[in-house]
Design a protein around this ligand. Structure first.
Ligand code: ADP
Ligand code: MG
Length: 411
C-alpha cells in the first residue's frame, strides 16, 4: 500500500518538477529574449541620441552660418546705401524725369509732336508747323517715360529716394506741367481705390511703412503727415479747419494715410466746386515727417518728404483774363518762377537761394537744398496742339535742372 502511494507521489512530484523545469526554461528563454531586446533597444537609443546630437550640431552650424550671412548682408546693404548716396551726390541731388501722357480714350486727334524718346532721357519734339529753323527741338533729362509707362515703372525709379528719407535726407518730389498733362495721375493716380494705378504718393508711403517696420528692432520710427493747399499765396490746411499752422497727424500704417488723404482730397474738392476747378490753379503739398530713434545708441535722425502736385503751368494770356482769374494767373506765375529760381540756384550750387519769394518755396524750404534730394516730374501732353505749351514746359525744366547739354539744340 505504502509502496504504491510512494510511487504515485513520486510520479506526481516528477510531473510537477517537469512542469516547473519547462516553466523555468521558458522563463529564462524569455529573459534571454528580453535581454537581447533591451540591449538592442539600448543600442538604438544610443544611436538615436547620437544622430540627434549630430543633427543638432548640423543645424546649429547651419544656423550660425545663416546668422553670419545675415550680418554680412546687413553690412553690404549699409555699404551699398552709402555708395548709392555718394553716387547720387556726384550726379547732383536734382533729378528731372519727363513723362509723356498717352492719348486719352475719346481723343480723336492723334497727331503727336513727340518725335523721339531715348533710353538715356533724350527727347525730340517736332514743330507741327514744320517751318523756320526750329523744326525740331532736342532735350535731355535724367529719364523719359513714354506714354505706355506704368505707374509701377515710374515708381521703381523713384523708390531709392524713399530710402534716402530714412538716411536723414529731405526729399522733394514735384509734378510740373500744363493742366491735363498727368500731374495728378503721376502723384496720386486716377483713383485712390485702384491700387494698381496708385501714384507716387501712395506707393511712397506704403514703402515707407514697410521699411520702418522691417527695421523695428534697431530703429523706432514715428511718422507724421501734413497736407496743405497753396492758392493765391495763401496756405490752407486740408486736414483740419481751425489751426493756424498746418496740422500734423501721426500715422502708423498705409491705411491711416489713405484715410487722411481721403479727407484732404474731399476738403480740396469742396473748395474746388465753389471756385470752379480751383485744384488746377493751386499747389497741393503732402508732407511726411519721419523721426527715427536708434534703439541702442538713442541717436535721433529726421527726414521729411514733400510730395507736390503743382498748379497748371499753362501761360495765361493776360489780355484775355481779368479779375480773379488774372490774380490767380499772377500768383501761379510768381510761385512757379520762384520755384524755378530756387531749383536753378541749387542745381548750380549758388551761395544764395531765394526761398523767400513765394509761399510755395517757403513751405518747401527744408526739403529743397542742404541735405536734400529733389525729383521733378515734367509732364507733357502728346498732341500737336499742345506743342507750344510742351516746349515751354520742357524749357522750364531744362533751365532749372542744370543738366549740362549746351542748351536746347535745334537741328
Ligand atoms: P493734371 O493733374 O496735370 O491736370 P491729370 O493727372 O488730371 O492732369 O490727367 C488728365 C487726364 O489724363 C486724367 O483723366 C488722367 O486720368 C489721364 N492721364 C494722365 N496721365 C495718364 C497716364 N499716364 N495714363 C493714363 N491716363 C492718364
Ligand atoms: Mg491735377
Amino acid at each position: 500500500e505504502l509502496e504504491k502511494l510512494c510511487e504515485t507521489k513520486t510520479k506526481i512530484w516528477e510531473k510537477k518538477e517537469q512542469t516547473y523545469k519547462s516553466f523555468i526554461n521558458k522563463q529564462s528563454e524569455a529573459l534571454q529574449d528580453l535581454k537581447v531586446t533591451s540591449l538592442s533597444l539600448k543600442d538604438e537609443v544610443r544611436k538615436t541620441g547620437e544622430n540627434y546630437f549630430q543633427d543638432l550640431n548640423y543645424y546649429g552650424l547651419k544656423l550660425s552660418g545663416v546668422v553670419h550671412a545675415a550680418k554680412n548682408y546687413q553690412v553690404v546693404v549699409e555699404e551699398n546705401r552709402k555708395l548709392y548716396n555718394e553716387v547720387q551726390e556726384l550726379k547732383g541731388n536734382i533729378r528731372v524725369y519727363c513723362r509723356i501722357r498717352p492719348f486719352l480714350k475719346g481723343q480723336n486727334k492723334t497727331e503727336t509732336s513727340i518725335e523721339y524718346t531715348g533710353e538715356n532721357g533724350e527727347l525730340v519734339v517736332a514743330n507741327p508747323l514744320k517751318k523756320g529753323k526750329d523744326t525740331h527741338r532736342f532735350f535731355k533729362f535724367n529719364k523719359v517715360f513714354g506714354p505706355s509707362s506704368t505707374q509701377e515703372e515710374v515708381f521703381l525709379d523713384t523708390q531709392p529716394l524713399i530710402r534716402s528719407l530714412l538716411d536723414g535726407y529731405n526729399v522733394c518730389i514735384l509734378a510740373y506741367g500744363q493742366t491735363g498733362s498727368g500731374k495728378t495721375y503721376t502723384m496720386s493716380g486716377p483713383s485712390i481705390n485702384s491700387e494698381e494705378h496708385w501714384g507716387v504718393n501712395y506707393r511712397a508711403l506704403n514703402d515707407l511703412f514697410h521699411l520702418t517696420q522691417s527695421s523695428q528692432n534697431t530703429v523706432m520710427y514715428e511718422v507724421g503727415v501734413q497736407m496743405v493747399e497753396i492758392y493765391n499765396e495763401q496756405v490752407r490746411d486740408l486736414l483740419s479747419d481751425d489751426v493756424p499752422d498746418a496740422s500734423m497727424h501721426c500715422v502708423r500704417s498705409t491705411e491711416d494715410v489713405l484715410e487722411l488723404m481721403n479727407i484732404g482730397l474731399m476738403n480740396r474738392a469742396v473748395g474746388a466746386t465753389a471756385l470752379n476747378e480751383k485744384s488746377s490753379r493751386s499747389h497741393s503739398v503732402l508732407s511726411v515727417h519721419v523721426r527715427g530713434v536708434d534703439v541702442k545708441t538713442d541717436s535721433e535722425l529726421r527726414g521729411s518728404l514733400h510730395l507736390v502736385d503743382l498748379a497748371g503751368s499753362e501761360r495765361i494770356d493776360r489780355s484775355e483774363v481779368t479779375g480773379d482769374r488774372l490774380k490767380e494767373a499772377q500768383h501761379i506765375n510768381k510761385s512757379l518762377s520762384a520755384l524755378g529760381d530756387v531749383i536753378f540756384a541749387l542745381a548750380h550750387k549758388n551761395p544764395h537761394v531765394p526761398y523767400r519769394n513765394s509761399k510755395l518755396t517757403q513751405v518747401l524750404q527744408n526739403s529743397l537744398g542742404g541735405q536734400a534730394k529733389t525729383l521733378m516730374f515734367v509732364q507733357i501732353n502728346p498732341d500737336e496742339d499742345s506743342y507750344a505749351e510742351t516746349v515751354s514746359t520742357l524749357k522750364f525744366a531744362e533751365r532749372v535742372s542744370g543738366v549740362e547739354l549746351g542748351a536746347a539744340r535745334s537741328y
